[in-house]
Design a protein around this ligand. Structure first.
Ligand code: IMP
Length: 460
């Protein structure tokens, strides 16, 4: 059976973990495709709250094989601790598999992440400081250490000797930091390799065999597509590809083996770290969204920036990723508002923005003697400077001012909430199959069921 991809459609933290966990009830294999401990999934179950960073969300289903794919960067210290914590709470780890091709985050990576951020000064990215960027940089520079290397003492020693020598030059000469000690690192990471060895496999073969056997395979991306290193708000992005294409690459699955791409979106926007967020609200409304949505980072605890739903970014993500279904989470957060806005276009007030490049002219006028071009842009621009010149064009919809968290079917949602969902579907161009009205699994409300829908899998 072809695979299903779950990805975040915005800037991360859309609630992918809960959806993956729900789909994992039916899935044979769940594969995590990208990212590292920068990600965090919170899953609330009857067994309590689980905060996962590296282990795929399907781990709570003992029948599910949970694969950490080749596209992930694995911090073995953090993974070992996460596994031990799960085991201590009675979670069975027998289904865990770790790709031998996944790259390893070593202690110099978080160190460099911090030092590089401090050098960026006003231009800082606001990374999670977990070392993911430097680890991916080493991977593409072909100097990374992989999980397979942890299992081979002589390779590990050789590669660590070379890497630590190089990193020490940067640490000592550029950043005036103490040098790292290679012997201690080697001992610790060889031991970590030994302790993880029973889980290490050629993961892409596990996934391919599952697909060949007609099993249900779910691939989960970390972060969100607007943080993609190619199509996100570069340079304020993560260092991997949380996209449908990235999911294929990170899991070892071909595009022709994918049946469905589920985009998980919040009913509004959030972002942690720096970078464009065109609909950001700095007022009481933004604070209400933050408090009602408990918008604080799972990994760093940072308050998230909040804003209205950005349908320009969502439509862009839906198109680039071939999103077939949407799961819209946290609708209940909007229960408190008289009016709800949706950004349907960006408007540029800058004559320097070239019409041919940026899209469709909307209106032109004369203002104080010089011509001002007002143009509507219907996709996220590449040039960093353009973001500052854009203002969101909003459509305002009536709020519903009543609780939605008890709804268990589309018809039980207030009419204004149903109208809001229809408006988003139209604006994004993709049907919404599920809507989240609270943290519990049963609060994922099916909007439409069909033969090929995600709804039956979640509802059973
Ligand atoms: P990094 O991935 O730690 O290098 O951080 C790069 C950017 O991605 C920063 O703005 C982070 O806040 C953001 N980011 C990374 N992982 C996540 C995530 O799981 N959720 C939301 N934002 C994330």
């Amino acid at each position: 059976m072809p695979a299903t991809i779950i990805l975040g459609g915005q800037w991360g933290d859309e609630g992918k973990g809960k959806l993956t966990d729900a789909l994992a009830g039916d899935a044979d294999v769940v594969v995590r495709a990208n990212g590292g401990t920068n990600a965090g999934h919170t899953i609330e179950t009857e067994r309590g709250i689980f905060k996962l960073h590296l282990v795929p969300s399907g781990i709570l289903n003992p029948a599910c094989i949970c694969v950490i794919g080749a596209g992930v960067v694995v911090d073995p210290r953090a993974l070992r601790k996460e596994m031990d914590d799960l085991a201590a709470r009675g979670v069975d780890l027998a289904g865990l598999r770790i790709s031998d091709r996944a790259h390893v985050v070593l202690p110099y990576h978080p160190l460099l992440d911090q030092l590089e951020e401090s050098q960026r000064a006003d231009d800082e990215i606001g990374t999670t400081l977990r070392g993911n960027g430097p680890a991916y940089a080493d991977k593409v520079a072909r100097r990374g250490i992989r999980v397979a290397d942890l299992l081979d003492r002589s390779t590990l020693r050789r590669r660590l000797d070379r890497e630590v020598a190089t990193k020490n030059q940067t640490l000592v000469r550029v950043y005036e930091q103490p040098a790292l000690e290679v012997d201690a690192l080697f001992d610790e990471y060889a031991a970590l390799g030994e302790s993880l060895e029973q889980y290490v496999v050629p993961a892409e073969m596990v996934v391919q065999d599952a697909i060949a056997d007609g099993q249900q395979v779910v691939i989960e991306c970390a972060q969100g597509a607007m943080l993609d290193v190619d199509y996100g708000t570069y340079p304020f992005v993560t260092s991997s590809s949380p996209t449908a294409a990235g999911a294929c690459q990170g899991a070892g699955v071909a595009p022709t083996q994918v049946r469905r791409v589920i985009g998980v979106f919040k009913a509004y926007s959030t972002r942690v770290g720096s970078g464009p967020l065109p609909t950001e609200l700095h007022d009481a409304t933004g604070r209400t969204i933050r408090e009602r949505g408990r918008e604080y980072g799972t990994t760093t605890g940072r308050p998230r920036r909040t804003g209205w739903f950005d349908a320009v970014a969502a439509r862009y993500v839906a198109r680039l990723n071939g999103i077939s279904d949407i799961a819209l989470t946290l609708l209940d957060v909007l229960d408190a508002f008289d009016e709800i806005k949706v950004c349907v276009a960006y408007e540029a007030n800058d004559v320097s923005i070239d019409e041919a490049e940026t899209g469709h002219p909307r209106s032109r006028g004369r203002d104080r003697g010089y011509r001002v071009a007002r143009r509507v842009i219907d996709y996220p621009p590449a040039r960093e400077g353009q973001w500052d010149q854009l203002s969101p064009v909003y459509e305002t919809l009536p709020g519903w001012r009543q609780t939605t968290s008890e709804a268990r079917a589309a018809g039980e949602l207030p009419p204004e909430a149903q109208a809001y969902l229809r408006f988003l579907e139209e604006a994004i161009g993709v049907p919404i199959s599920l809507v989240g009205v609270g943290p519990a699994r049963e609060q994922l409300v099916p909007l439409r069921a069909g033969a090929d829908s995600i709804v039956p899998a979640v509802a059973t």
